[in-house]
Design a binder for this molecule. Structure first.
Ligand code: PGA
Length: 253
């Protein structure tokens, strides 16, 4: 049995100034404690990364970014490179979140380039995939996910993907209070693992962590985590409050 260590990740989106982010991170570090059986990551806005990194140095928390650009440097106004994220203390980077796809023109092709950049810099990419409500209603869920996975991961070797994490986030469940049922989540997670199995073999498919995201709260995390292929959560709204998020982290207790 390959042991997949659970990962609970908080995506703070465009919330919190530097001082608010540092305060939240400190409180969270205290509430989470140090002896955890789960990995915990927080992704504050770019402007707060370095300060939060300092605030969580001695804690169990790891740092992630919400996005990156694939070039190393250059005239790309407003963009942030992988080395910049590393210099700010990041270990993870969220790539292809549905809000970036929806509002900022991200495509499966740009997602692919961003994952390549993360892999080349040993940043752990969290590839977000998920179907819209319309896709689900028209029974296109699996074809949409298959395309996001195939193009997003095109051209990668087995070795490239050893740090990869997938987040399944049904777009209709993000910020809406509608969570996928545990059976819906398990069905898709099983499907995603089987697509990895077909392309990269059983060993990698079994070792990759697949997170669920979309209205995860303290009251639904345990049942989600009980599903065989759910290895953690990517949490938006409920990660902004340290107490609420630490209750999600402590789902085992
Ligand atoms: P939510 O967001 O938990 O607020 O639904 C999840 C996400 O967008 O990652």
């Amino acid at each position: 049995m390959i042991d997949r260590r659970p990962l609970i990740a908080g995506n703070w989106k465009m919330f919190k100034t530097c001082s608010e982010a540092v305060e939240t991170a400190k409180q969270l570090a205290h509430l989470v404690g140090i002896d955890q059986e789960v990995d915990v990551m927080i992704a504050p806005p770019f402007t707060a990364l370095e300060k939060v990194s300092d605030a969580i140095k001695e804690s169990h928390l790891s740092l992630g970014a919400q996005n990156l650009f694939w070039e190393s440097e250059g005239a790309y106004t407003g963009e942030i490179s992988p080395s910049m994220l590393i210099s700010a203390g990041c270990e993870y980077v969220i790539i292809g979140h549905s809000e970036r796809r929806q509002y900022f023109g991200e495509s499966d092709e740009t997602v692919n380039r961003k994952i390549r950049a993360a892999v080349n810099h040993d940043l752990k990419p969290i590839l977000c995939v998920g179907e819209s409500e319309k896709d689900r209603e028209s029974n296109d869920t699996f074809s949409v996910l298959d395309k996001q996975m195939k193009i997003g991961l095109k051209g990668f070797s087995l070795d490239d993907l050893k740090l990869l994490i997938i987040a399944y986030e049904p777009v209709w469940a993000i910020g809406t209070g509608k969570t996928a049922t545990v059976d819906q989540a398990q069905e898709v997670h099983g499907f995603l693992r089987s697509t990895l199995d077909k392309s990269y073999g059983n060993k990698l498919a079994k070792s990759i962590r697949i997170l669920y995201g979309g209205s995860v709260k303290p009251n639904n995390i345990s049942e989600l985590m009980a599903m065989a292929d759910v290895d953690g959560a990517l949490v938006g709204g409920a990660s902004l409050d340290p107490e609420t998020f630490s209750n999600i982290v402590h789902f085992l207790k």
